[in-house]
Design a protein. Structure first.
Lengths: 472, 281
């Protein structure tokens, strides 16, 4: 037996860092079978527990060993509504793969790569979809068409509910279209998933902001019996240091939205994005990696990640960090920004370069005592400030919940940070008939956790509506 | 799709459209804005609502033809459709408890100032309005303003219509002659709003300004519309667009508005050629 994962072909770093084509190419049939054969098919199935939506992992892998890829896909889709997405963006190394028995001694089975292969195989073959049940007469509203909303809608549609998904932007997909870049998740895949839902009777209403165009109360008045809120993470955080509103400072949300949603990288795009020479991205999460790699692809000569702790604490997925490094992203670790410096021509107040970013002032840090989460706290080293040249600074340091729904929905409890309070096992909020999940509840987290929450809530919504029907 | 049911050229550089969008028309209030795209691959631009007709399901927008997207929008005619039109966004203008107000509009900002003046008048407030334009050709909405105002001052930069001067001149005169407004609403270019604030400052009259920064989503996601207000970062799309004029950092807002000047000039040039049209200025 092979002790290491079967490598997945990826495009050459130098070539891929200049365009937006997908980086990872996926397994071939032979590679997929070879990797599937590594699975021990152990009885206690620890990997399944590691999956937030509990995909029957050993079962789908067994099908792949027998080259029944469609069968494998069907098993995955029993539990996951977005297999082609999850196979690409899930942090498997901290979920299913971290529990793999094989992983105790060797490298775990590459579950994510296998999932991706099965989903891509299915999509390429595009066989007939399974029939969904007839409309059961009950309508449910889903707010937001990101991973939690799509997953909730998909599960409810499978049960026969009439589902309408309300999306604020002009395209469905939420963070899958505005946040995650094309080179990691082709938008065609997201579009296919939303079309599939529509084919199953789910209505997607774009250009509709719940909390503005309609309130949650109005949705109930319209005859929806339950509402799921999956409205996402919300407003970007800033550090509160001088210079954050200079021209050339973006939140990662804005930068990625301009490029991904508005396609600012295309030659004829009507939405602009700065084509900077030296880019600094502040933060160490997956969003920071996405922003850094996007900046490279827009033609930057240097792109650096500025993170206040060390590589060990860096929260981004290892694979993304690896890819970023290969492509030439520089990691400025144990550094904290203290100021963003702007250009000002003292001789000419009308100089068009005035007010743009010139440099980022950093202070060096060392690691001190662990904080309440056990991560070692960064401690600034007095007097170690220095400037690094930058004409664009991207802040990727998290988000705060969007206030629109909270402000317009009475009886909806939120926590100190503004996140919607839910019962974890059901997604139930303090307001009857209203459920919530995803980043609107947890703050910025992963696609799969949001999907898991959407699925959990769908089950609870089904239970809620059934119990109401029984009482009638 | 959102149909353009009516299109009127208000002056050589300003166009009015009524867009069929019943849910928005039912909700939109003075001070709120919408975001639209003129074409399928177009840019998202915010426009403050200039009025709406809930019965007919239409929302009125009035825009200055200034750049690529507004040229593309202006190239559409009644019967054509817009791919995207979303709203109402932002918070409505606060008019509670105001008995006597001054509403000042600068240029196309008058289109947004008018619903505020109307709302105040309909709540029983006494409204003086001041509108300012470059010249006679640019004057819009005079009849509408006079219908809801006790006094109306129309100003032009060159004196070709109304009185010669800036909108601040009649405001200053009124304040000097002892008129005590509960609040002044200033809506227009940043320099104009800033000047109104400075005019009101010695008299301690509160000033509400309507900010129009660059936006993308307009729903509290991207953070592109951030401003410094009272030393804090605020987001025009969810916290505004109205802010206390004394607290807004106008210079920073002006700088941020110019972030894409080169791109905008190129887009404008491209569209002028495409539609064989000049931009009126």
């Amino acid at each position: 037996m092979k002790t290491c994962k079967t490598q997945m072909p990826v495009r050459d770093p130098e070539e891929r860092a200049r365009d937006f084509g997908e980086v990872a190419l996926g397994y071939t049939e032979e590679l997929a079978v070879a990797e599937a054969q590594r699975c021990l098919n152990c009885k206690n199935r620890p990997c399944v527990e590691g999956c937030p939506v509990n995909v029957s992992i050993p079962e789908f892998i067994s099908k792949m060993v027998k080259r029944d890829f469609e069968g494998a896909y069907n098993i995955i889709s029993e539990n996951s509504s977005l297999p082609a997405v999850c196979g690409r963006v899930c942090p498997q190394e901290t979920q299913c793969e971290s529990k793999c028995t094989l992983g105790i001694k060797f490298e775990p089975v590459a579950i994510g790569r296998l999932e991706r292969f099965a989903a891509d195989f299915h999509n390429a073959a595009s066989p007939a979809e399974p029939e969904y049940p007839q409309f059961n007469g009950h309508k449910v509203a889903v707010v937001g068409s990101g991973p939690s909303g799509l997953s909730c809608a998909g599960e409810l549609a499978k049960l026969g509910y009439g589902v309408t998904v309300f999306e604020a932007l002009h395209i469905a997909g939420g963070v899958l279209v505005y946040g995650i870049p094309e080179f990691r998740l082709p938008k065609e895949i997201v579009a296919r998933e939303t079309k599939r839902l529509e084919a199953h009777g789910v209505t997607i209403k774009t250009n509709t902001v719940i909390g503005k165009t309609f309130t949650v109360d109005e949705l109930f008045e319209e005859g929806y019996e339950a509402v799921f809120i999956g409205s996402g993470a919300g407003l970007p955080n800033f550090m509160g240091i001088p210079g954050e509103n200079l021209k050339g400072v973006y939140s990662a949300n804005e930068f990625l939205t301009r490029v991904n949603l508005m396609k600012a990288y295309e030659k004829d795009a009507q939405t602009p994005v700065m084509r900077a020479k030296n880019v600094a991205v502040v933060g160490g999460g997956n969003v920071a990696m996405d922003a850094a790699r996007t900046a490279l692809r827009l033609g930057a000569e240097s792109v650096r990640i500025v993170y206040r702790r060390s590589m060990e604490e860096l929260p981004a997925r290892k694979e993304e960090v690896e890819h970023a490094r290969e492509e030439g992203v520089i990691f400025d670790l144990l550094r904290n920004p203290v100021e963003i410096c702007g250009y000002l021509n003292p001789a000419d107040p009308r100089d068009p370069a005035n007010g743009f970013v010139r440099a980022l002032k950093l202070i060096k840090c060392e690691l001190g005592e662990p904080d309440e989460k056990g991560r070692r706290r960064p401690v600034e080293i007095a007097g170690s400030e220095y400037e690094t040249e930058a004409d664009c600074v991207i802040m990727a340091i998290g988000t705060s919940p969007n206030p629109l729904i909270k402000n317009t929905t009475s009886g909806l409890e939120v926590n100190r940070r503004g996140g919607i309070v839910v019962e974890e096992k059901t997604g139930k909020t303090s307001r009857e008939g209203v459920f919530a999940g995803g980043d609107a509840v947890t703050g910025a987290a992963t696609v799969i956790l949001a999907m898991g929450a959407g699925k959990t809530a769908a089950k609870a919504i089904d239970g809620y509506i059934r119990s109401k029907v029984q009482k009638r | 799709m959102f149909e353009i049911v009516n299109k009127v050229r208000l002056n050589p550089g300003v166009t009015m459209m009524d867009i069929y969008a019943p849910p928005v028309a039912r909700k939109a209030q003075a001070g709120q804005f919408i975001i639209l795209r003129a074409e399928a691959d177009g840019e998202r631009i915010p426009l403050t609502v200039a009025g709406c007709d809930p019965q007919r399901g239409t929302v009125k927008i009035i825009f200055q033809i200034a750049g690529g997207t507004t040229l593309r929008l202006d190239n559409k005619n009644a019967g054509d459709c817009l791919p995207d039109f979303v709203g109402p966004l932002g918070c409505p203008t606060e008019t509670d408890g105001i008995k006597k107000a001054c509403v000042a509009g600068g240029g196309v900002g008058c289109a947004i100032a008018l619903p505020v003046a109307r709302k105040l008048a309909s709540c029983g407030a006494q409204v003086d309005s001041v509108t300012g334009f470059r010249n006679k050709d640019a004057v819009i909405l005079e009849r509408e303003f006079s219908a809801c105002s006790k006094k109306l001052f129309v100003m032009t930069d060159d004196g070709s219509y109304g009185k010669k001067g800036l909108v601040t001149a009649p405001i200053k005169e009124e304040l000097e002659s002892g008129t005590r407004y509960d609040r002044i609403f200033a809506i227009g270019p940043l320099v104009m709003m800033k000047a109104v604030v400075e005019t009101a400052r010695p008299y301690g009259i509160p000033v509400t300004v309507s900010m129009n920064p660059i936006m993308i989503d307009g729903t509290g996601m991207c953070g592109g519309c951030r401003l410094t207000v009272g030393g804090k970062t605020r987001f025009a799309c969810v916290d505004g667009p109205d802010f206390d004029g004394y607290e807004v950092d106008f210079d920073e807002a002006a700088a941020r508005l110019s972030a894409y000047r080169d791109f905008e000039l190129a887009e404008r040039e491209k569209c002028c050629n495409l539609f064989k049209k000049e931009i009126y200025r």
